[in-house]
Design a protein. Sequence first.
Length: 269
Amino acid sequence: MKKLFSIMAVAAIVFVGTLNANAATAQTMPISSQALVTAATVSIIQDEAAPAAETEKGFHQELKERFVEGGPGFMGIVLLCLILGLAIAIERIIFLNLSTTNTQKLAQDVEDALNSGGIEAAKEVCRNTKGPVASIYYQGLDRAHEGIDIAEKAVVAYGGVQMGQLEKNVSWISLFIALAPMLGFMGTVIGMIIAFDKIQAAGDMNPSLVAGGIKVALLTTVFGLIVAIILQIFYNYIIAKIDSIVNSMEDASITLIDMLFDYKTKNKI
């Protein structure tokens, strides 16, 4: 009888232990399943985000890829036109800004020096001042002793020289403005010819066969137009700056002749 009770007690303990183990397993199963679902969701999101990150490219990266797709031949020449045009434009802008002077202040200083110290004092003021207007003043004052007419002719002649220096190398910018789109159009025409050659060789009008050639042909035109637009902006600024300086030179020349006439009248020279 005691053995029977002992066996039943052992069986009961084993049964209760089994129930507890099953309950613990049942409680841990949802947590493990939730963790697996979360990990799978994160993996899917990462997989979806990876192509999106690859498709989002910067402007410079996209521009570089398009440039490479256009081919090194015509695209390289178009890029060379942009580099040379920008170099000349920047040099002209710096030169024109350095050539710009306050003509009203210069005219007043020259007039004061002329009335106080004569021709040599006025010439010294011009020597110490940079710019084409000061150079024109100096040439007119240097010929003042020969007469008003001779001084006026010297001012007009030297004004033409200064204008030529202001417009130096500007024609090259206009050349690159015209050359860049023409090179782009030439690349487009050549690309279309290559595309039609592929159609003729294949004997079938397959869009995928000619799409690449047409794409490359159009890229050369786009880059040529972009270069022309950029250089045109700089060219217009340079022309406007030159016109402003030339107008200042013309006004200063008239003012100088009037100053010399008044000076000779007062001193009866």
